[in-house]
Write a protein that binds this ligand. Structure first.
Ligand code: 173
Length: 324
C-alpha cells in the first residue's frame, strides 16, 4: 500500500456491523479530490449526508476526506482499482486512466439532454471499459473556467506568461503561447507566492477557498468550457449492492445533479461580487477578441481530445457540442 493510503483507508477496511446481530450495513469508502468543505466538495458532502440519513442500517458512506488523504491525480486510479468505492472528482484529474475523461469540459448541452441523446451512454461505455466505474451525478455544468492573473493581459495572447494548469487548460493556454505548469489545486497558492506562475486556470467560483484572491489581480472574461465535477462509483462495489441500497444512492445522486444548477448559479454570482469587492479587476475580451478567445479554446480543446482518442473523440464532439 502506498504511503498516503495506509492510515485513513486501512482503518476504513474494517467491516461494520450495525443494528441487529444479522443486519450488515454496507460501508462504501468515499473520497473527494478537492479540499474538504470547499465549493467543489460541498455537493458531494451533502450527497453523503443524504445517503447516510436515508440509508441508516443499510448503507453508509465512510467519508475518508480530500487531498490530505489522497493526491487528487491518484483518485481515478484508486477508484478503478477499488481502493476507494465512491469518489468526487473531475475528468481532468484522471486522464492517466483514460484520456477521454477530460472531454466533459467541452459539453455545450445540458446533462439532461446528454442523458437522452446518447452522449452520456457513449461516455459510460468508456467508463465501464477503461475505469471500471459508473458516473452517478455531475455537479457543475454551467460554470466556465477563466484565466486569473497577477499581470494584465490585453489581448487573446498569453505569450510570456507562466500559467498553472491541469489537463483542462493545457492545449488552449499552450496554443496561445503560455508556458504551462501542472499542479494540483493545493499547490496553487505557493506557486503564486513564489512567482513560479503568473496566474492559473480555475472556474468562476472557489478562489477564496484556498486564499488565492490574495495573490490575484485580474480575471479574464469571457470564461470558456464548462467545469465538471462528478460522483463516480466503482463497478464491483456497485454490483455488491442490493436494489434498495442502490436506490438510496441513485435518488440522492439525481437530487444532486438536478438541484445543482441553482447552487452553481448562486455560488458564481456570490463569488463574482466577492472578487469585485476584493479589487480583482475584470479583463474582458470583447467583439472579435472575445470570439477569437472562445474559438481558440474549443478548437484546441477538441483537437487535444481527438488527438488522444481518434476513435471516440469525433463521436464525443458530435454528442457534446452545439454547432453555432
Ligand atoms: O483547475 C483545476 O484544478 C481543474 O481542472 C478543475 C476542474 C473542475 C473544477 C475545478 C477545477
Amino acid at each position: 500500500m502506498r504511503r498516503w493510503l495506509s492510515a485513513a483507508i486501512a482503518a476504513s477496511l474494517v467491516p461494520v456491523f450495525a443494528g441487529g446481530a444479522t443486519a450488515q450495513e454496507v460501508v462504501l469508502r468515499g473520497i473527494t479530490s478537492f479540499a474538504e468543505k470547499t465549493i467543489n466538495s460541498r455537493g458531494f458532502e451533502g450527497f453523503i449526508d443524504k445517503v447516510n440519513e436515508a440509508g441508516k442500517g443499510k448503507i453508509r458512506i465512510n467519508y475518508i476526506g480530500g487531498p490530505k488523504a489522497m493526491p487528487p491525480f491518484e483518485v481515478g486510479k484508486a477508484l478503478q482499482g477499488g481502493v476507494v468505492d465512491i469518489a468526487n472528482v473531475t475528468g481532468a484529474f484522471y486522464t492517466n486512466v483514460f484520456p477521454e475523461s477530460d472531454a466533459w469540459k467541452l459539453t455545450q448541452r445540458p446533462m439532461s439532454e446528454l442523458r437522452k441523446n446518447g452522449g452520456f451512454d457513449y461516455m459510460m461505455k468508456i467508463y465501464d471499459e477503461k475505469m471500471n466505474a459508473i458516473m452517478l451525478a455531475r455537479q457543475f455544468q454551467n460554470t466556465p473556467f477563466h484565466v486569473y492573473s497577477t499581470k494584465p493581459i490585453t489581448k487573446p495572447d498569453l505569450t510570456g506568461l507562466k500559467l498553472r494548469i491541469t489537463p483542462v487548460y493545457r492545449d488552449f493556454f499552450s496554443a496561445l503561447g503560455a508556458t504551462v505548469v501542472q499542479t494540483a489545486p493545493g499547490e496553487v497558492y505557493t506557486a503564486l507566492e513564489r512567482g513560479v506562475v503568473d496566474g492559473y486556470g480555475w472556474p468562476t467560483a472557489g478562489i477564496f477557498d484556498l486564499g488565492w484572491h490574495e495573490k490575484t489581480k485580474y480575471r479574464v472574461d469571457p470564461g470558456f468550457y464548462r467545469a465538471e465535477v462528478s460522483v463516480l462509483v466503482n463497478k464491483a462495489a456497485w454490483a455488491k449492492l442490493n436494489a434498495e441500497q442502490r436506490k438510496i444512492i441513485t435518488d440522492a445522486a439525481a437530487e444532486l445533479e438536478d438541484g445543482f444548477a441553482a447552487v452553481e448559479a448562486k455560488e458564481n454570482a456570490d463569488d463574482l461580487a466577492k472578487q469585485k469587492a476584493a479589487g480583482i479587476e475584470t479583463i474582458e475580451f470583447k467583439g472579435a477578441d472575445g470570439k477569437a478567445w472562445l474559438d481558440k479554446a474549443y478548437e484546441t480543446g477538441w483537437a487535444g481530445v481527438i488527438k488522444q482518442s481518434p476513435v471516440h473523440g469525433p463521436k464525443l464532439r458530435e454528442f457534446f457540442s452545439r454547432p453555432n
